[in-house]
Design a protein around this ligand. Sequence first.
Ligand SMILES: NC(=O)c1ccc[n+]([C@@H]2O[C@H](COP(=O)([O-])OP(=O)(O)OC[C@H]3O[C@@H](n4cnc5c(N)ncnc54)[C@H](OP(=O)(O)O)[C@@H]3O)[C@@H](O)[C@H]2O)c1
Length: 308
Amino acid sequence: MQVAGINEIGGPVEILDVQDPRPLAADEVLIAVKAAGIGNWDEIVRTGGWDVGASVPMALGVEAAGVVTEVGENVDGFHPGDEVLCHPLQLRHQGAWAPLLIAPASLLARKPASVAWETAAAFPVPALTAEQVLTEALALKAGETLLVHGAGGVTGGLLVQLAVLRGANVLATSGPASMARVRQYGALEVFDYNDPSWPALARRVAAAAGITAVVNAARDGAATAMSTLVDGGRLATITSDPPAEERGISVSNVYVRPDGAQLERLAELLGNDQLTFAVASSNRLAGAGAALAAVVAGGVSGAAVVIP
Ligand SMILES: NC(=O)c1ccc[n+]([C@@H]2O[C@H](COP(=O)([O-])OP(=O)(O)OC[C@H]3O[C@@H](n4cnc5c(N)ncnc54)[C@H](OP(=O)(O)O)[C@@H]3O)[C@@H](O)[C@H]2O)c1
């Protein structure tokens, strides 16, 4: 089958001919991919910083939405024809920028009928990341004040919305072009990250109760974001830049974990219009490399997908 991927670690994204999927193991399903997400994390896979279980030559892509076409002999609960989304790591065969994807049934979520294929495809990694930061790393409580640094991004936007749904008071940073959108997500105040005084402004807005939890979703932003926390607060970062602990602040360096049941609950929120998630760039396999470069350069306001 034809896929978009790499022939060698660090090589360019190109169209490759790889073997068709092998017969399924008992716990697996075969998915006809309708769309697959393109995210910053695919650049980390391309350059060898994230081992996702496949070896070169390999299709990139770690999230997808599609239709189940075959199921392994021990699969309960999913059948041919079911519409699903997934973050199927470790990969069993090839990545998701491909017409066919093998995934373990335990990592599937049902796609609500109201959610478009492109939206479902780009949702798994940012949604699972945001949920795991808030519920596990930060154990965010209703009424707390949370700051989201980098809220203009795909993952940052979900962090704001999921925190608001949990009853937190959310402060955020973004670039000027994203501020109105981040306010619509429910942030009480949005600070321009270009203004070096934003941490002081955020501490002032939070007043006496202070900012007790911070999540950093901006590259190299964790140390600056940490400066807004009260002593004894909690910081989680998703950009691999955890600062040393200080002032009694706990620091979590979070990496997304596949979880089918958690993804299904998040997809239901999307299907019920409790979450907003925009896809800005839809590409053919031949355009996947350029689309990934645009995502990494920050030139896409919203998620990007490939349609195999
Ligand atoms: N650890 C994990 O498991 C995990 C999972 C998901 C994502 N990530 C990482 O988290 C980061 C964000 O992901 P994403 O999906 O939200 O990426 P994204 O959609 O590309 O968004 C990045 C955002 O960063 C904002 N930004 C740029 N410069 C900034 C600065 N100096 N200060 C604050 N914000 C700034 C931009 O916001 P404006 O548009 O407002 O300018 C941009 O939209 C990426 O590095 C990604 O690789 C890690």
